[in-house]
Write a protein that binds this ligand. Structure first.
Ligand SMILES: O=C(O)CCC(=O)C(=O)O
Length: 329
């Protein structure tokens, strides 16, 4: 199928809203290096609040790795960095061939690490496959590749381990949306990640246009933490991976954030990547176009930020969602 022209350039972004400042300040917490202290309380109060982030975003420096000083400064400011052509066309083809195979394998479809759309009428209804870096050699290789890991180490300023990996599918015509959220809010509440010293690398396995459900990020939102309302139910992940419930930010806060930060739409060609801070407010639309969108996400956490007990859930989520083995790569 011929691909249409993008309406913004590969690797570009589109700001659609004005910027102001969020005024809510954190007042009630003290900072501690004790990783069991809850610096980012959530799902506990009756009202949502917005707290200031207390830790840096970039922990390393230009001398440590692939990003130059300007790249690191941009990442610190916006919460994300785009890396065109991180992997080759051959590698993209290999990963896509694996995806096609996995999404049709009855054993994979039956596995709890595979998330199927709630109301799909399509033949293939896979939304996400988790832990691909452990179950599949092609994804294991990219998750350990220096092009990826060196950048994660540089940003996080330490050795890193893989907290999670997943492929998100958005097939043409019926790929579903992901509502606004901060990954860190969930990883803190349900996996026990102490602070937002974690970063995701999303590698595009298809072209990401403005119109086929690319990632959207509110640039700068990673400096504020939205404390959400509503206790975490038992086994919340079984529901939340299809449609988020607990951990959904308040709509008034999202409106204020959108006015304050605007929304960047992260388009780019297959093979490019977006690295984004764990506390970015992000989302993506459904895909009603004929052009499929698939991205693989590799989540790196600093070994100095290893998960402890969940801060707002009865038990940690299964290992395939939040690794309990914190051995450095
Ligand atoms: O795949 C996307 O577009 C969004 C992914 C996302 O927000 C998530 O998996 O938490």
């Amino acid at each position: 199928m011929n691909q249409p022209d993008r309406d913004s350039p590969p690797g570009g972004s589109l700001s659609v809203c004005p910027r102001e400042r969020v005024t809510t300040e954190r007042t009630e917490l003290t900072i501690s290096t004790d990783t069991t202290t809850d610096l980012y309380p959530t799902r506990q109060a009756a009202q949502p609040t917005v707290l200031d982030r207390t830790e840096p975003v970039v922990h390393g420096s230009a001398g440590d790795g692939p990003f130059d000083a300007a790249g690191l400064a941009d990442l610190e400011r916006t919460g994300y960095a785009q890396i065109p052509d991180l992997v080759t066309a051959d590698e993209v083809a290999r990963m896509n061939a694996e995806l096609e195979r996995l999404a049709q394998d009855p054993k994979v479809l039956d596995d709890e690490r595979t998330i199927v759309e709630a109301d799909s009428v399509a033949d293939i209804a896979v939304r996400s496959i988790f832990q691909v870096h452990e179950t599949n050699e092609v994804f294991r290789a990219i998750a350990h590749d220096p092009r990826v890991v060196d950048r994660a180490r540089q940003v996080l300023g330490s050795d890193v381990y893989l907290h999670q990996s997943r492929v998100n599918f958005k097939p043409g015509f019926f790929g579903k949306d992901f509502s606004w959220h901060s990954d860190f809010e969930t990883w803190h509440a349900e996996d026990g990640m102490p602070t937002p010293r974690a970063i995701s690398v999303s590698i595009s396995l298809t072209d990401n246009y403005t119109f086929n459900g690319p990632l959207m990020i509110m640039p700068g939102s990673h400096r504020k933490y939205v404390s959400c309302v509503g206790e975490t139910p038992d086994d919340n992940y079984k529901q939340s991976l299809v449609m988020q419930g607990a951990g959904t930010p308040d709509r008034a806060v999202l409106e204020e954030f959108a006015q304050t930060y605007g929304i960047d739409v992260l388009t780019g060609s297959a093979g490019g990547a977006t690295m984004f801070d764990s506390n970015c407010m992000h989302a993506s639309n459904g895909n009603v176009t004929p052009f499929a969108r698939s991205n693989v996400f590799l989540v790196f956490n600093s070994v100095e930020n290893a998960c402890v007990e969940p801060f707002a859930a009865p038990t940690p989520r299964p290992d395939f969602l939040g690794a309990r083995d914190h051995t450095a790569i």
